[in-house]
Every structure is written in C-alpha cells, then in structure tokens.
Design a protein around this ligand. Sequence first.
Ligand code: ADP
Length: 544
Amino acid sequence: MDGLMQNVPLTVDRIIDHAASWHGAREIVSRDAEGRVTRSSYADVHADAKRVSNALAAEGITPGDRVATMAWNGARHLAAWYGAAGMGAVLHTLNPRLFLEQIAYIANHAGDRLLIADPATAELVEQLLSQVPSIEKVIFFCNAASMPQTSFAATAFDDWIAGQPAEYAWGGFDENAACGLCYTSGTTGNPKGVLYSHRSNYIHALMTLQRDALALSARDTVLLVVPMYHANAWGVVYSAPAVGAKLVLPGQRMDGESIYNLIEQEGVTYSAAVPTVWQMLLTYMQENGKRFTTLERVTIGGSACPESIIRTFRDDYGVDVIQGWGMTETSPLGTVSVPNATVAAKSGPEQMAYKLKQGRLLCGLEMKLVDDAGNRVPHDGKTPGRLMVKGPTIAGAYYGGEGGEVLDAEGFFDTGDVSTIDAEGYMQITDRAKDVVKSGGEWISSIEIENIAMGHDAVANAAVVGIAHPKWDERPILLCQLKPGANASADDLKSFLDGKIARWWMPDDVLFVADIPLGPTGKIDKKAIRAGLEGYQLPFEVTR
Ligand code: ADP
C-alpha cells in the first residue's frame, strides 16, 4: 500500500526558492573579482539565478547539458550554480588550481558547453579553449569594466544576465536528475566525475543540518572558505540557504589576514575549511595578537585535524572545533566527530581522544570495514579495514562509467581509506589505500609524478610518498632508483618535472635509493617506504 503523502520531487531549486521566500533579506556578502566586498541577499541571488536560467536557455542549453564554472566563492558563482541546476543543466565546477592538461582532460570528458570563469583565470581559459573544442562560449564573472584582455570573444556575466527576466519555471524534472558534477583526483588513474543528483544534494543538506553535524541555523553567519569547486563545497551552498544563514563568500584570498578580517567585519559565527587554512589563520592571529569576537565553531575536514589546532581554537579563542570526514564521492559529509552521551560523560582528556577521530556516521548512511578478502572485521577500535560506505548521498558510479563497477556485492562504495571503528561507533582513519598525497586539501597524484619521473633517462624506478607537513598536512617526496651506471641529481629531476606538473605538485625532496621495495604482486610497496622513512625530516626548516 502506498502512503498518501505528496510526492514532491526533492530538487535543489526549492532550497533557493525557500531562502528567497522566507529569508529573502538575509545577506550574502561576497568578495568579488574586482576585490570589493559587495552585499546582496537571497532574494537578489534568486533573481539573478533565474536570469542565469534564461541566459542559459537563450544559449541553447537544455536539461542535462554541462555548464562549467572555474571560479572562487562569490555571489555571482552562487547565482550561476542555482541558475544552471534550476533549469535542469548540470553545473560542473572546474578547479583552477589543477594543471592545464588535467583541466582540459576533465572539461573534455565532461563535454562542457559553456565556461563561466573568474577573470583572474583568463590566461588559463585562453590555453584551455584550444584544447577543449566543446566549449562554445566563455563568460567572465565580472562587469564590463573588469573584463580581462583576451584574444578570444568573451562576455561579462553582468551583461549576459542584464536583459533577462527574473522569472523562469524551475524544476519539473525527476529528483534523480543530475544536478552537479565534480571531478576528483583522489583515485588511481585519470580524474573521475562524481555526478550529484538533485535528490542526493537535497538529502545531504538535510542530513548535515542536524545538531550533531554542521548545525547551521538562521542565526548563523557562515563563512564558506571551502572552495565551491572542491567536493561540492561541503554541501554548504545548499545547507546555508536552506536555513537562511547569512553567507559570506571570500573570493580568492585565503591568507590569514583576509580571512580574519572577513570573520570580524561580518560577524561570522561558523566556518568550514581544511586544516591548512586554519593553521594560516591561527598563525596570523598569534603573530598579531588578534581575538575573535563572534566566531563560535568551525568544521575541519579534508585531512586529519591536528590536536594543536583543536586546542588553540578552544583554549586560546573559545572556539569549538568539529572534525568531519568525507570525500567528493560522499557529497561529501559522512562522519562527524561530536560526543555521544557516553563520550560527553568522560573527562576532558578522554574526550579529546574522540575529537581526534573522524567521527560517527550520519543517519541515512551505512559503513563497514572489510579485509582484503571483503570480509567484515570487528568494530573494536583496533582492527583496521577498508572503509566502505553506502547511502543516498554516496556515488554509485563515476561519470562515463570510468573505473567500472565501483560498488561491492552489498552495494557499498570503497572509500580507499583504511580505518578502525570503536565500540562507541567512532571511525578513525589509520592509513590510506589510495595512492595519493593530500596537500592543502587538494590531491596530488603520486602515480602521475612517478610516471613522468620514470621518463627520465637515468631513472629505473620511482616512487612518490606523502610526508607529514605542519602547514600543508602532507607534501610529496620523490624516491628514485637510478639505472646501473647512470647519474642524476635532485635538481636534474626537479627541472625534468618542471612544466610537466603543477608547481605545487613539485616534490619537496628527491632521494636516491639503491632499491625501491616492491610488494608480492610487483607493485611499489608504499607501506614499506613510509615505514623506512619514519623520522625523515623535510630538507628545510618548517616554521609553521
Ligand atoms: P574532502 O577534501 O572534502 O574530504 P576529497 O574527495 O578531496 O574531499 O578527499 C577525500 C579524502 O580526504 C578522504 O577519503 C580521506 O582520505 C581524506 N579525508 C577527508 N576528511 C578527513 C579527515 N577528517 N581526516 C583524515 N582524512 C580525511
């Protein structure tokens, strides 16, 4: 027997409709491409999003078409986001910090038809255009006066939407329709596209709004530091409007001073970012004797949160740190480290041990740990296993079928993280099975660097591993085994890599070894390398 409740599709246009109708005057503060801090509201962004839908339709964009953005966080980007999704197009966020070839690969794979980009990326866009024939038009997120000089024709976003009506009939499609596309390099091989649906984003917003998750409210002022091109912006692009929180979008500047000034000027109560950003902010505050007057809590995720950050926030500034775990493939939030009743009853130091874990599962998701044969291992807080997750906000496949079948026989997705789960249900990451290095919240592919290094005449075998770094969480170092009789220096290898990888991918050190350890199947044994490097220091002084 069917229930008799209304079957209203969970599409994200309803979220911004709600924000405009019931929190219409709530402010959106945005540091725009011109560097100015501008003020608008949910009602304004809603109207602009409708104009975007009309402008897209006028370009011939139809439901399912991919519309790319390559931009930092701003109100125009938000309008484009909802304008595309509302009319059924797929908003594809490109990460401007990737290497040109990677962005081109991703844009080609996605078949992006339009590109809406920050003017600061104009040079990159220029190079991209010759490599991505599917892009029919470029729009820059700015007004006519701020348009960059380019050799190709481009339109200013403000002009593009100016004459368009602020009315458009949104929705009308299935809640399972594609809504957003975000590629991740956190896997082996080429970047893979995670294709969010309206339903998955809507449910993720509701899941993350609970008190034991991000706990946003209408009274919060939310600073969205996590870039909108990264991991679905941790869903905050949906959860903040859903509750009518004031939203502060910081643009490109992520240094401690810029973030601090925004927090104080706008009365920010809540923010979310990777540890690197918080570390830069805390260093700035310590060096300049600054205090927070409004900030209450922050969510830290993307990499393990160091205890020193939690302590400094709590003891020196009275700010609560909540660690979250997730990945692009999980929308992204999966677990949150908040105390359950048992942990809340424990002493301070005992509670800290739990805060450092990645946390407890959100309702709606399932997780399990399995050994190499796929059998479940116990939740005893000691036995590590591959972390597998399942639920309506978890990827079921990659765009274009890349990577083939990604679910196990029980429908669980393999996260590539190795974890334990304790008796209280707290998941803790102990290792990473996927071969990547995470620096400042973004992936560096070890395999890609290894393959390039192996192209050097003197190199017989190469391995890249991540080394813990207090500012960037991890930095890559390159180990090279030279061919018999061959000679090469660290500088030779670095200049060989130069221009073939993004600059921030450059290994911090090159070590020459007699032998690169191999595992039983002939693959490089990264575990053995990491064990052998215990106590290794980066070749320069790290001050923060
Ligand atoms: P995000 O950076 O939003 O977490 P990514 O898809 O870029 O999304 O990265 C996901 C991966 O990052 C996870 O599989 C895990 O390896 C790592 N990660 C995310 N959050 C944490 C955390 N709190 N502690 C340790 N590692 C984390």
